[in-house]
Design a protein around this ligand. Structure first.
Ligand code: KIV
Ligand code: ZN
Length: 504
């Protein structure tokens, strides 16, 4: 089995998303998380483009020691000098040079002949080699380039000392089958030329094929993949790291390979990048979306309760995500209803299951979201016996005083017989509300993420609040849908806390 090297470019290509520019502290925070994820390379900026990028590369090169660090530049001496300066303190530095190889780029962007461009590339690699042993050469727009010209360029730059050649699908134009064939032919020739050189690919997602093209390349001989967390990047983005890594992990024999990624850090990295960059992860995003492990259809819930592998190809814990969720909806069958009731401590006698399930369905038809407390209230009203005394928090009331200087909140919460009333102020309304709830439940809960989305248009629209909390090194999600966004926010947090209590 061969090792597939993972090159993360979240902090360079990913950061090219409009509006996602990061400051130095944020870049360092993400770089340290990428180190925990155990990527092999991280590209953290384009040092000649701005003083900010230069500082970011320089600081990360100093602070992150277990990953090869690189900065990108054009095939010109000035850029290479600046990359070298920015990487001086790196333990394992790599100079990354990019130059177009397609006729479109050569004639329209550079207004130079293919021979001139080839010479520029070779000269740039030779120049970079004087500074550092590790040099990567990227043939920009390779997927729209003439194959023999690509090969001549690779031959030239490898003979000049390039240690990695990168074949990008810069505009997301490639198809898995044809891109795979190109990589196969390059690999075949590269093996004869210099088998030590890494063959890398870098795909964009303009037609949604970034992951498919990258995996096709791996299958055909590529041993290095360039990706970003959550697939962020220019236009429709780059190849998503988590999708490629899990693709290889789920099919090691097919790809004859493995990566060294610490998959348990995937979820945390995804949420950190999303939170810091302000770019939401689409709810149905493969691997890391909020719904990636949520099951709501009755047939699926029933199958899962019989055996998880019926509908789950890997456990959410593999990527450090919160455990699989059975979401009770009007489509949930009696087994799912019974399962959640049992988790809440109730034992439903066999003869009561059907009528109770009917009542549950009537309630679910009316409500957009079913909370644990709704099930508890239903079961208590019907005098179902409790075999375990599991007590969850219920939000009885809350009151907000919103003024621009010091918003404050008072909440009334109940757990079993215990009723608490707490007040807090905060920097904003949600901060005050959450501080009051956390004070009320009196647990060292850390709030990782909070989001509010509108589910429809207009001022009457429903607000969906989503929170992510951390307690005792584990992550839990809570969610609530209400017309009043503050109520949705409060219930989402209480819901997350209850999930945490239930799983503990
Ligand atoms: O998309 C691209 O071609 C790039 C190169 C710098 C690898 O980002
Ligand atoms: Zn790119």
């Amino acid at each position: 089995m061969k090792k597939i090297y993972v090159f993360d470019t979240t902090l360079r290509d990913g950061e090219q998303v409009p509006g996602a520019k990061l400051n130095l502290i944020e870049k360092v925070q993400i770089a340290k998380q990428l180190e925990k994820l155990n990527v092999d390379f991280m590209e953290v900026g384009f040092p000649s483009s701005s003083q900010g990028d230069f500082e970011a590369v320089k600081t990360i090169a100093k602070e992150v020691k277990n990953v090869a660090i690189t900065g990108l530049g054009r095939a010109v001496k000035e850029d290479i000098d600046i990359i070298y300066d920015s990487l001086k303190d790196a333990e394992n530095p790599l100079i990354h040079i990019v130059l177009g190889s397609s006729n479109i780029h050569m004639s329209k962007k550079f207004k130079k002949s293919p021979e001139q461009i080839l010479q520029m590339g070779v000269d740039a690699v030779k120049y970079a080699k004087k500074y550092m042993p590790q040099v990567q050469y990227s043939l920009e727009d390779a997927s729209r380039s003439d194959f023999e010209y690509i090969w001549q360029t690779i031959e030239g730059v490898v003979n000049a000392g390039a240690t990695i050649v990168n074949v990008p699908d810069t505009v997301g134009f490639a198809l898995p089958e044809t891109f795979g064939e190109v990589i196969y032919k390059i690999n075949d020739r590269l093996m004869n030329l210099n088998p030590e050189v890494l063959l890398s690919v870098h795909c964009h997602n303009d037609t949604g094929l970034g992951t498919a093209n990258t995996l096709a390349a791996v299958r055909n001989g590529a041993n290095k993949v360039e990706c970003t967390i959550n697939g962020i990047g220019e236009r429709a983005g780059n190849t998503s790291l988590e999708e490629v890594v899990m693709g290889i992990q789920l099919h090691p024999d097919y790809y004859n390979g493995y990566t060294d990624i610490n998959t348990k850090q995937i979820y945390e990295t995804s949420r950190m990048v999303s939170g810091i960059m302000g770019l939401d992860v689409q709810v149905n995003k493969a691997i890391t979306g909020e719904n990636a492990f949520a099951h709501s259809s009755g047939i699926h819930q029933d199958g899962l309760l019989k055996s998880k592998d019926v509908y789950e190809i890997f456990e959410p814990e593999t990527i450090g995500a919160p455990p699989m969720e059975i979401i009770l909806t009007a489509r949930s069958g009696k087994h799912a209803f019974e399962y959640v009731s049992k988790a809440l401590g109730y034992k439903i006698p066999e003869e009561q299951l059907m009528p109770l399930h009917k009542k549950f369905l009537a309630m679910a038809d009316e409500k957009k979201e079913i909370y644990y407390n709704d099930i508890i209230n239903l079961l208590d009203k019907e005098n179902v016996t409790k075999e375990k005394n599991i007590e969850l928090w219920e939000l009885l009331e809350f009151q907000m005083s919103i003024n621009s200087n010091l918003p404050s909140a008072t909440v009334k919460l109940k757990k079993g017989e215990e009723v608490v009333i707490t007040s807090e102020s905060g920097t904003g309304a949600v901060d005050a509300l959450y501080s009051a709830i956390i004070k009320g439940v009196n647990l060292p809960i850390q709030l990782n993420d909070y989001r509010i989305n509108s589910l429809s248009r207009g001022k009457e629209s429903l607000g969906k609040a989503t929170v992510e909390i951390r307690y005792n090194h584990k992550t839990y999600n809570g969610k609530a849908i209400e017309k009043d966004v503050m109520k949705a926010s409060a219930l989402a947090l209480v819901n997350g806390i209850n999930k945490m209590l239930l799983s503990n």
